[in-house]
Design a binder for this molecule. Structure first.
Ligand SMILES: CC(=O)SCCNC(=O)CCNC(=O)[C@H](O)C(C)(C)COP(=O)(O)OP(=O)(O)OC[C@H]1O[C@@H](n2cnc3c(N)ncnc32)[C@H](O)[C@@H]1OP(=O)(O)O
Ligand SMILES: O=C([O-])CC(=O)C(=O)O
Length: 386
């Protein structure tokens, strides 16, 4: 057989999963695995988690600077005005079965909300920011209502006297918990808000790169976040804890459970990370918040299980926890259903997704990589006939 010029071309290097591939620049966040640090627009995330509100961090991610007092007041007014659930969205949610996964409900509600927006296809920066404020304001209500309806409870109206984090809890539980709980929740939302070119953010950027609309980008990102290798891991951590079981001797049972799970070649949810190989920069801050919750709810058994599995994982695989590991039990202690954990992640990550959609559109290039064909050689239908 004669060799065509293509046969002698060097085989291109393939990086499965785009691991280690730098595809673009960003000014939104810097994930630094060498120093185990994470900066949002230059600010260490730990400093923001200690002193900023979710609204301030969201503004920072979208605009590049922290808001002035009047910018924050204006943004908060807009956000508080957009919290109530439109009737049309409630009707869509009510049509969905109670056993639909909350991520599917949220994805459907966001898509429906986009279809109801007559300006959906206006992708100017101003229009996209307006849409982002609307979705950021509405999402907690969708997440809260979906959990409530599964519990046989009704929709709760938002409270304009509460900030984003406290109102989220109010709309979910019909009461505002003590400050220690609200604060742990606020910390988790800030830590979840942004993480550079992770799979869901990259999905949003791919969709935006075709000049599709903002809601399509967020709807696609929700789909990407659902998977247990990404955001779905916070839910999966609680499934693991339930399999092991809370209560006495949790550490010993965690050790046995891990030995079996690894023998079955299972991935242990809440451990490992594509970028951080020596620990997730956000875990110490979320772990500290979890410790405060464990103390507040008087649940030392949760700590024993948490530490038992982490220590066993260190001994056997030397793989460190990611943010989903402390967040899962934190949301469990707060009283959220396990299935609600990943939708909470969505409510926080809308901040980051939006910032990336805006950045992508500022200097857009269609995202379209190549592949190396390995299917059959060229063949022809005529060969079948003869
Ligand atoms: C907020 C977030 O989205 S953070 C991520 C949340 N996801 C999870 O917690 C799911 C569990 N973790 C994982 O599946 C992985 O660590 C990922 C997907 C996060 C990262 O994966 P990658 O960067 O592709 O790492 P990769 O899969 O190559 O792992 C390297 C080795 O460590 C092992 N490993 C990595 N994470 C885990 C884990 N959680 N449990 C068991 N083994 C693991 C892999 O099996 C692989 O071993 P091998 O070389 O013997 O095959
Ligand atoms: O960065 C990633 O690959 C996953 C992610 O979104 C995060 O850790 O917050």
């Amino acid at each position: 057989m004669t060799q065509t010029p293509t046969d002698v071309r060097p085989v291109p290097e393939i990086r499965k999963g785009l691991a280690g591939v730098v595809v673009d620049t960003t000014a939104i966040s810097k994930v630094n695995p060498e120093t185990n640090s994470l900066l949002y627009r230059g600010y260490p995330v730990q400093e923001l988690a200690a002193a900023a509100s979710v609204e301030e961090v969201t503004w920072l991610l979208w605009h590049g600077e922290l808001p002035t007092a009047s910018q924050l007041a204006h943004f908060s007014d807009q956000e508080r005005a957009g919290r109530a659930m439109p009737d049309a969205i409630k009707i869509v949610i009510d049509e969905l079965p109670l056993n639909a996964h909350p991520m599917d409900v949220l994805r459907t509600a966001v898509s429906a909300y986009g279809a109801l927006d007559p300006t959906a296809d206006d992708s100017s920066r101003e229009a996209n920011l307006d849409k982002a404020v609307g979705l950021f304001a509405l999402t907690p209500g969708i997440v809260a209502y979906d959990q409530r309806r599964r519990r046989g409870e009704g929709l709760i109206a938002p409270r304009a006297d509460l900030d984003f984090a406290a109102n989220f809890l109010w709309m979910t539980f019909g009461e505002v918990p003590d400050e220690v709980v609200v604060d742990a929740f606020r910390v988790s939302l800030i830590l979840y808000a942004e993480h550079s070119f992770n799979a869901s953010t990259f999905t949003a950027r791919v969709i935006s790169s075709t000049l599709s609309d903002y809601y399509s980008a967020v709807t696609g990102a929700i789909g990407a976040l659902k998977g247990p290798l990404h955001g779905g891991a916070n839910e999966a951590v609680l499934h693991t804890f339930d399999e092991i079981g809370f209560g006495d001797d949790a550490a010993a049972r965690a050790e046995d459970w891990l030995a079996r799970a690894l023998a079955e070649r299972r991935k242990i949810m809440g451990f490992g990370h594509r970028v951080y190989k020596n620990g997730d920069s956000r875990v110490p801050t979320m772990y500290a918040a979890l410790l405060r919750l464990i103390d507040y709810y008087d649940r030392p058994d949760v700590l024993e299980l948490y530490q038992g599995l982490e220590q066993a994982m260190t001994r056997r695989k030397d793989i460190k926890p990611n943010l989903d590991y402390p967040s899962g039990p934190a949301y469990h202690l707060m009283g959220f259903d396990t299935l609600t954990f990943t939708p909470i992640f969505v409510a926080a990550r809308i901040a980051g997704w939006t910032a990336h959609v805006l950045e992508q559109l500022e200097s857009n290039a269609l995202i379209r990589p190549l592949s190396l064909y390995q299917g059959p050689d060229e063949r022809h239908l005529l060969a079948r006939a003869s």
